[in-house]
Design a protein around this ligand. Structure first.
Ligand code: ADP
Length: 334
């Protein structure tokens, strides 16, 4: 239940759907991806065929699901949404594939988490629009070939490197989604504020964007919390002051660090003089599980240049001292 978690929460699915851009022209940021995808889709439309399979790689909350829906909308095609973990058996995949309509977009989120047999079935489906359905068991089992209508697979993964090369190679187009620039997130906030009918002044949007960790999903979530605050404590208008007061209540600082991030950094600086210190020791000092520190807090701290993972342990950077307003200890001559 972290406010700055980039994974989607169940109860925010509906509001997220309402905030999704519907066309490529409405999609903010990612200029390279937009330009390339625009060409892929235009060419496919001109040929009157289906678009090539598309692989989208990037961190959670950067717009992969949104882009898959845009691809379908731009192609005037229906879309089916599923995910790797939902496909445990090859049969699950066979039944989805065999019920696709011609030209349909199949969005497969977390494609790297599919089971091996399903993955192998997908190779053939992507390449030849055909699957072999196995009927029966043991020596009497037979493979019945099944023709599929042409479709477009849109796969999403947090890292393209996690995919086996044969799967990666079957995508005609791979797009790497980057974290968003502050100016792009400002646009996201302004657009969402308009859709939610909240009045935001430009400085208020800047304040929210700066704390959103490069991620539209987090920007939208912070906006909703700031909106609550503005309605309860002020006249409903989001100014810089209201945004910063609201996010102080939720313990999200100017750089987007939350309580956990600051606890990790604070311990590293105050208890261990900035390190190096081992992960387990640091986790005990913070009172968290090792995995929580390593997987939840550290990636963002590393990305922000506040913490470095070295062979000798975790080390704070000069920026970390500055961010927490602390002075590094004097280097003692060796
Ligand atoms: P992912 O599938 O990568 O986890 P989503 O596509 O679900 O991310 O996007 C999360 C939220 O962020 C959605 O509400 C979406 O509207 C918003 N969003 C993502 N990318 C953009 C963008 N480029 N412009 C505007 N809103 C965006």
């Amino acid at each position: 239940d972290r406010l700055v978690d980039a994974q989607v929460e169940d109860e925010e699915q509906a509001v997220e759907a309402a905030l999704r851009p519907k066309q490529l022209g409405e999609f903010i940021g990612q200029p390279k991806v937009r330009e390339q995808l625009d060409l892929v889709l235009r060419a496919a439309r001109a040929r009157g065929g289906t678009a090539d399979h598309v692989l989208l790689s990037g961190a959670p909350g950067l717009g992969k699901t949104t882009l898959s829906m845009i691809i379908a909308a731009e192609m005037g095609a229906p879309i089916r949404i599923t995910s790797g973990p939902a496909i445990q058996h090859a049969g699950d995949l066979a039944s989805i594939l065999s019920s696709l309509q011609e030209g349909e977009v199949l969005f497969l989120d977390e494609i790297h988490r599919m089971s091996r047999p399903a993955e192998e079935m997908l190779y053939m489906a992507m390449e030849d629009f055909r699957v072999d359905v196995i009927v029966g068991k043991g020596p009497g089992a037979t493979a019945i070939p099944l023709e599929l209508p042409p479709f477009t697979l849109v796969g999403a993964t947090t890292r393209a490197g996690l995919l086996p090369p044969p799967l990666r190679d079957r995508f005609g187009f791979t797009a790497h989604m980057e974290f968003y620039e502050p100016a792009e997130l400002e646009q996201v906030v302004r657009r969402s504020a308009q859709l939610l009918e909240v009045h935001t002044d430009p400085e208020g949007a800047v304040e929210i964007a700066g704390r959103s960790r490069g991620t539209p999903r987090i920007a939208n979530r912070l906006l909703r919390r700031v909106r609550d605050y503005a309605q309860v404590k002020a006249d409903g208008v989001i100014t810089r002051q209201i945004a910063s007061a609201a996010l102080e209540v939720y313990e999200v600082d100017e750089r987007g660090l939350d309580r956990l991030d600051r606890a990790v950094l604070g311990s590293l600086l105050k208890l261990f003089g900035g390190g190096p210190v081992g992960l387990s020791t640091l986790a005990v000092a913070v009172g968290e599980e090792r995995e929580t520190v390593e997987e939840v807090a550290e990636p963002f701290l590393v990305r922000e240049g506040l913490l470095a993972r070295t062979p000798r342990g975790r080390v704070a950077t000069p920026a970390a001292w500055a961010h927490l307003g602390l002075t590094p200890p004097q280097q003692t001559p060796q």
